[in-house]
Design a protein around this ligand. Structure first.
Ligand SMILES: Nc1ncnc2c1ncn2[C@@H]1O[C@H](COP(=O)(O)OP(=O)(O)OP(=O)(O)O)[C@@H](O)[C@H]1O
Ligand SMILES: [Mg+2]
Length: 337
């Protein structure tokens, strides 16, 4: 049996069907990431699990108990928000111990739990400070610490890093991954950043318009996307999608064919399976992205190579691809295997 089960979970806001019968089984200790475009229902689903939004249909089972209608405070879950939501007038120590003090936990035990969490989060030197005396990254660690001391059954994170600058986001992401390995706590993490999703998750849940498009390990989603939406959502730059007529020899049902930029190889003009004209060259140092307009069709594709290149805009080039790396999609956008 799974640790946390969502069975046909539904949410309506008036006439608007925000969450459309979601089924998901989460195992104990798993790190699950919900990812998808803005407005697809990630936060709504997380808040329904937390008990902050009413569930209008289906069931939520945690550790064998049906908690669909259980009060948030009785669910044994802890949520970490983007906005930190710290008490400004309390010190780090008081913020972290708040829930335990309310629960009338023994002061000696509280002290020990706070000290342990602070040590894990590198906050030991900041326990007497108030939130305004901390950096954004330190504040977010306090918010995480406040969740850790409660030892909840499941940690819920809603875009916890999106208020941080890029460098700090990268650093805090590594800290969260490290923390997860150490605590082995079941976690659900919402983000619209696919790098966070791919690097943190045991399994990624890709959502669109209130439904799950695909759920799998990061590499399953990257190597075997179930449909066009997932194929183009995961991967940066996006998978190239072309009419199947441009890539002959595919399955008859294929309407569109996708190729990841790194599965195209640039070759000399006159060679290769495709030909085109270079539109733009993005030299990023570690990789080069070459934008090519295909001859005849005017389709733009991106070729990624890890070597630097001497090709320039307006040059004619050839492109090769490996037939085993093609993704074929039918008229409904579903992958053909
Ligand atoms: N209280 C509400 N009343 C009505 N509609 C709502 C309410 N809360 C959310 N919605 C709608 O439900 C949909 C899902 O919202 P949700 O906040 O879950 O999106 P999200 O995936 O978290 O997006 P983002 O990445 O922008 O945070 C949106 O279309 C939103 O407008
Ligand atoms: Mg959201």
């Amino acid at each position: 049996m799974s640790y946390l089960e969502l069975k046909g979970v539904e949410k309506y806001y008036g006439d608007f069907h925000a969450i459309k019968g979601i089924n998901l089984n989460i195992q104990k200790g798993e790190f699950i990431v919900f990812v998808g475009p803005s407005g697809c229902g990630k936060s709504t689903l997380l808040r329904m699990i937390a008990g902050l939004e009413e569930i209008n249909g289906g069931d939520l089972i945690l550790d064998g108990n049906n908690i669909t209608d259980t009060l948030p405070s009785k669910r044994d879950l802890a949520m970490v928000f983007q906005s930190y939501a710290l008490y400004p007038h309390m010190t780090v120590e008081e913020n972290m111990s708040f829930a335990l003090r309310i629960a009338k936990e023994d002061p000696a035990v509280i002290k020990e739990k706070v000290e342990q969490a602070a040590a894990k989060l590198n906050l030991t030197d900041y326990l007497k400070r108030t939130p305004k005396e901390l950096s954004g990254g330190q504040r977010q660690r306090v918010a995480i610490g406040r969740a850790i001391v409660r030892a909840p059954k499941v940690f819920l994170f809603d875009e916890p890093l999106s208020n941080l600058d890029a460098a700090l986001r990268g650093q805090t992401r590594v800290e969260i991954a490290h923390l997860h390995r150490e605590l082995n706590a079941t976690s659900i993490y919402v983000t619209h950043d696919q790098v966070e999703a791919m690097t943190l998750a045991d399994r990624v849940v890709v959502m669109q318009a209130g439904v799950i498009e695909q759920c799998g390990t990061p590499m399953e989603l990257y190597d075997r996307p179930a449909n066009k939406f997932v194929a183009q959502f995961i991967g940066m730059p996006k998978m190239n999608l072309m009419p199947a007529s441009l890539i002959p020899g595919q399955s008859d049902a294929a309407v569109e064919v996708g190729v990841r930029p790194e599965h195209f190889t640039l070759v000399a003009a006159g060679e290769g399976q495709l030909k085109g004209r270079v539109e733009m060259v993005e030299a990023l140092g570690n990789e080069t992205l070459i934008h090519v307009e295909l001859e005849g069709s005017k389709e733009m594709v991106i070729v990624r190579q890890y070597e630097q290149t001497s090709v320039r805009p307006d040059e004619q080039v050839g492109i090769n691809y490996d037939a085993s790396q093609l993704h074929c999609f039918d008229a409904q956008g579903q992958a053909i295997r």
